[in-house]
Design a protein. Structure first.
Length: 113
């Protein structure tokens, strides 16, 4: 409770989510991976499609095979993600900068295969 009183946890979560989404987008673009990331604060969902995803129709344009390969690759790298293309990632105050960097590095390795 002391930590919650001393710092704004929502600002910290916003910064973590913003950083992770930006780094994943950069890594995907560098490797030619079509990716759209929808994010609200510390919640994000990756869609393997180049266009904006604003509704179910847009979400259905996501490449499910690419998601499956990414999901399996991330598991092999030690990063446990939601198993469905249509679920969100949730960051918490427990996730350290090192955890986020590990996640980005794992995605880089998976997308480089």
């Amino acid at each position: 409770m002391t930590a919650l009183k001393e710092a704004d946890p929502y600002e910290t979560l916003e910064e973590k989510g913003k950083w992770l989404a930006a780094e994943l987008a950069r890594e995907a673009a560098t490797r030619g991976v079509p990716l759209t990331i929808n994010r609200v604060g510390s919640m994000l969902t990756l869609f393997f499609t180049p266009g904006p995803v604003e509704d179910l129709t847009g979400a259905k344009t996501s490449d499910l095979k690419r998601f499956r390969n990414f999901f399996q690759g991330m598991l092999q790298e030690g990063v446990y993600l939601p198993p469905s293309q249509f679920e969100a990632w949730f960051l918490s105050l427990a996730h350290t900068p090192g955890d986020l960097e590990f996640t980005v590095a794992a995605a880089r390795r998976v997308w480089s295969r």
